[in-house]
Design a protein around this ligand. Structure first.
Ligand SMILES: Cc1cc2nc3c(=O)[nH]c(=O)nc-3n(C[C@H](O)[C@H](O)[C@H](O)COP(=O)(O)OP(=O)(O)OC[C@H]3O[C@@H](n4cnc5c(N)ncnc54)[C@H](O)[C@@H]3O)c2cc1C
Length: 400
């Protein structure tokens, strides 16, 4: 099998023919255009600047955006499947896509006013602008809302931002960052407001580009705001509405994260089956040994259970308006992210095991997937945060 031959069925039984077509087209694009970049991106922490314009030209940015802004006007499932295909063939581009398309543009579309969208949505959709989202801070990760120290103080027609954001995907290459800051220190999480900051604004800087163990081609940075003056017109939503922007956005982020996990998982099982067919020991293909075959069977079961749950939760979340039935949606999307991260790491562990010493080698694709996969148990709320959300919602809502 050539290293790029697709072998896993790409769609689940729940998909319509339109969705199947979107997935198949995105998969072909990602295989032909993005896969060739992945080794150099990982080796050199290199970001190919043509990627976002190429995604834009292909119609893969603004998948859910209204056509009036240049978007495709499709649904969450379609956006997720584009991310699935991209992550399958180039996980680092998959992460940068998630940050741009879902975290930045998706939250803007749901919360910004038309004037702000007129200014920035077309550029984010054609790929001439790169987006990021800045929530996490050095002292505020899992407790991002409670521990937030970044402030925004109103001064006439501007807000003055001061603070530090860390681990920000696309931070070093972004043109705009959706930033959360406290406009009312006394109000706790209710005092948080979202702003769209242009990275050319004086007072904004990239303090450092961070070196990662995986997804190395996706640029991650620490961002500094030092008396950074942002026009009041760049405020996203009302003052103090940041917590709602974060919470609703996280549900959709967790759904898109699951699609990314699915893409990585599909690629891992494809590579593993091919290796088990080709590699011979004791005079036989290693796939003929029952213990190796069992690993492949378990990987398959994990891929398919993840696929079913992803499609089901994505359909429900996509059909639910922002802010509606939030506790139910938050519980299901947190459970999906938990299953996605756990299944993916089980799959990747077996993928490396079947590859033996070859799987431990840095330059192999399966090793790159293994190093990438761990993020999906940490980002968008860690496994422990996901469990806390699920359990606290269930315990609070079930009648005794
Ligand atoms: C590659 C990468 C890209 C990222 N991209 C972005 C981005 O684009 N934008 C952004 O804003 N952020 C981003 N993040 C940040 C990410 O969301 C945080 O790393 C994550 O939320 C965890 O925060 P933390 O790293 O501070 O860990 P901590 O919160 O310090 O957690 C450390 C450990 O303690 C556990 N823990 C903490 N609190 C509890 C609790 N109450 N109960 C049980 N266990 C607990 C955690 O589960 C974890 O195991 C990114 C991170 C990475 C690694």
């Amino acid at each position: 099998m050539s290293s790029t031959t697709p072998t896993t069925p790409l769609a689940g039984g729940l998909l319509t023919s339109d969705h199947r077509d979107i997935l198949a087209a995105a998969d072909e694009y990602a295989r032909n255009v993005l896969f060739p970049f992945q080794q150099r991106m990982d080796d050199e922490e290199w970001w190919p600047s043509e990627v976002f314009p190429s995604l834009g030209a292909q119609g893969y940015l603004g998948v859910q955006a209204p056509e009036a802004y240049g978007g495709a006007g499709l649904d969450l499932l379609s956006e997720g499947m584009v991310g699935q295909a991209i992550s399958r063939w180039n996980p680092a581009v998959g992460l940068s896509y998630l940050a741009h398309e879902n975290l930045c543009l998706g939250n803007l579309l749901a919360n910004a006013d038309d004037a702000l969208l007129q200014r920035f949505a077309p550029g984010l959709i054609d790929g001439s602008l790169v987006g990021a989202l800045g929530l996490t801070e050095p002292g505020a990760g899992s407790d991002a809302l409670g521990g937030m120290r970044t402030t925004a103080v109103r001064d006439g027609d501007e807000y003055v931002l001061n603070g530090t954001k860390i681990y920000i995907t696309n931070g070093p290459i972004a043109d705009v960052v959706l930033v959360y800051a406290k406009t009312d220190l006394a109000a706790g999480p209710r005092g948080i407001t979202a702003f769209l900051v242009e990275t050319t604004t004086p007072g904004f800087s990239v303090a450092q580009k961070l070196i990662k163990m995986g997804l190395r081609g996706s640029p991650t940075g620490e961002l500094l705001f030092e008396d950074c003056r942002v026009p009041a017109a760049n405020r996203v939503g009302e003052e103090g509405s940041g917590v709602a922007v974060v919470m609703n956005g996280l549900d959709r982020e967790r759904v898109c994260l699951a699609f990314s996990c699915l893409g990585l998982a599909e690629r891992a099982i494809d590579l593993t089956i091919a290796y088990a067919q080709d590699r011979e020991q004791f005079g036989s293909a290693i796939g003929s040994f029952q213990m190796v075959a069992a690993m492949i069977a378990e990987m398959y079961a994990d891929v398919e259970s993840l696929r079913s749950m992803t499609l089901d939760v994505a359909t429900e979340v996509g059909n639910t308006a922002f802010g509606v039935a939030h506790q139910h949606i938050a519980t299901r999307s947190a459970a999906l992210a938990l299953v996605a991260g756990n299944n993916l790491m089980r799959i990747l562990d077996k993928a490396v095991q079947v590859h033996g010493g070859m799987g431990f080698m840095w330059e192999t694709e399966v090793n790159r997937l293994y190093r990438a996969g761990k993020l999906y148990e940490i980002g968008a709320g860690t496994n422990e945060v996901r469990k806390s959300i699920i359990a606290s919602n269930l315990l609070a809502t079930r009648a005794r």
